[in-house]
Design a protein around this ligand. Sequence first.
Ligand code: TYD
Ligand code: MG
Length: 455
Amino acid sequence: MAKPKRRYVCQACGGVSTRWQGQCGDCGEWNSLVEDAPQTVFSAKHDLSSGGRPIAFEPLDAPGEKLERRTSGLAEFDRALGGGLVPGSAILMGGDPGIGKSTLLLQAAAHVAKSGADAVYVSGEEAAGQVRMRAERLGLSDAPIRLAAATSVRDILTTLGSMEAPALLVIDSIQTMHSDQIEGAPGTVSQVRGCAFELIRYAKENGTTLVLVGHVTKDGTIAGPRVLEHMVDVVMSFEGERSHQYRILRSIKNRFGPVDEIGVFAMEGAGLQEVANPSTLFLSGREEPVPGSAVFPAMEGTRPVLVEIQALIVRLQSGATPRRAVVGWDNGRLAMLLAVLESRCGLNFSSAEVYLNIAGGYRLADPAADLAVAAALVSALTDKPLPGDGVWFGEISLAGEVRPVAHSSIRQREAAKLGFGKAFGPAGPSAVEKGVRFTGLDLLPKLVDRILASA
Ligand code: TYD
Ligand code: MG
């Protein structure tokens, strides 16, 4: 009944096809199908309703089974995880090459080892000497980490089986691991999936926290099958511009805590330093108020971050098509906002080039940025600077109304903490925070009038 079938697996998305094709039918990637080990297919009539062993059912509130989280020693890492490392859990950490994944995990492993627990760091990418050099640079050479350069999952699990299970196991990276039980080169879908499966099983059985480092493809997804993201408990992504100092650790999926919490770090000479107050980082270097600059209190999960939005408008003399360039915000959203400003406020951007930049290489996803972007655009167009001690937040509708957004009081409190005395936001019964003078704006034309009327 069982008959093996040829199958081809897409190395980008994990989609399966029964014949080879130049383009994956699922994700559209070219030249990504690779023949995989055949899978045994049973006939549909196969009866599974007898012959198995009975399973035991349990109540939801099993006593005495509490997850004691362990701190990674980096409060920002713990925060992004939702409170620390959970024993027996598997974390997948993705990020561009050179962003600092190995550095972060070496620092965390060193802390765990110094706190008296066992931490194992297996590098499949660097030789032990290279990791040691990095540790020296980080001033962590005295941490009793168990370090190994290995790529065979069988060797790793055999070794771990003969010692007491560590509290933390770092595999850097899952794409370099291979299993002799599985066909294919390291990094192929079946190898990545098979190796991850065995390592996760070890972690669950032994109460070890497993961290798998994952490579990231051009479009930002973790290389290998999406199934890897389903297999682990937590998916994190480590982001930032390599040319900028700051790094953001985001949790994209978390079975033990909230998602969209972030941890903020700065990459410095002695490794990653925690940034407890990110607003100061993104606002650094601001001097006299200039036209086109607006400060926006963004929310990242439950955490406010003040960022500076910069707009530049250049009037064109000729009839050439004007450029619209955006860094750190959504292109489509800018086009929408310009259209609303033109049709509801009578402003004219049609013969002007518009440039929008979020300072510090930050990427904004919070829809409440609309009002701050509009303020920056109007300020740039009219060449009038906004008040230097003001922040702006609110969503803008196509009708030109300023809509309420979540966390109005947290945003204002953060602004007050950093010395901003004025907040402009959606009109309505929003909480007035101490130390901030709040001005409610219900319609976009009122914003324009305000800016035009300012000295
Ligand atoms: P790394 O952790 O190797 O990145 P990944 O594992 O994500 O590929 O980080 C490498 C970069 O970090 C490298 O470009 C140098 C920089 N770096 C510092 O600036 N300071 C340091 O103390 C260390 C260890 C690295
Ligand atoms: Mg690395």
